[in-house]
Design a binder for this molecule. Structure first.
Ligand code: SF4
Ligand code: SF4
Length: 157
């Protein structure tokens, strides 16, 4: 079993079913991330309709194997535009988050899936369920932005 890079120890059982997003503490909030990596894929947004298309072109800091940010703590030095999601800005960002993202699911009043590490007890279940971007991405460095339209994909779910 792969060690979980997110600290999910000592949390109240199924806290996400009893606490609203806005009341969660820092550890609870961070523990909601399933590590799928989908929010680290570049998206194309239609200026007129607001429709968001997902591409498989990954942020330069995403590790395609682990689906983790390789420089999470200091990522803004390299990617200043990386969004920090918080309880007080989730309303602004839920619309572009992946359908299976725990933050979006809970924001929409839906339950988490059984493959979520908080339920399965292991981060491996996200990859096993085919939800993550593991082995599916191309590099932002090697893919000119003019070609991103050719890399639009359906969300893995
Ligand atoms: S899409 Fe959501 S659950 Fe997946 S890595 Fe991003 S924040 Fe975490
Ligand atoms: S900087 Fe890190 S967390 Fe932000 S989009 Fe890139 S890989 Fe994801």
């Amino acid at each position: 079993m792969t060690a979980d890079p997110i600290d999910r120890n000592g949390l109240s059982p199924r806290f996400w079913e009893r606490k609203p997003l806005t009341k969660m503490n820092q550890q609870e909030w961070e523990a909601l991330c399933d590590g799928c990596g989908k929010c680290c894929l570049n998206k194309l947004e239609d200026e007129d309709t607001g429709a968001v298309a997902l591409t498989c072109v990954a942020c330069r800091l995403l590790d395609d194997e682990t689906c983790r940010c390789t420089q999470y703590d200091i990522r803004h030095q390299f990617v200043p535009e990386c969004i920090v999601m918080k309880p007080d800005n989730i309303d602004d960002h839920a619309y572009w988050l992946p359908q299976t993202c725990a933050y979006r699911l809970l924001w929409e009043g839906k339950p988490l899936y059984d493959w979520h590490p908080l339920i399965s007890g292991t981060p491996d279940s996200v990859h096993a369920a085919g939800i993550s971007v593991q082995g599916r991405t191309v590099s932002e460095f090697e893919t000119p932005i003019e070609e991103w339209e050719d890399y639009i994909i359906e969300e893995p779910n």
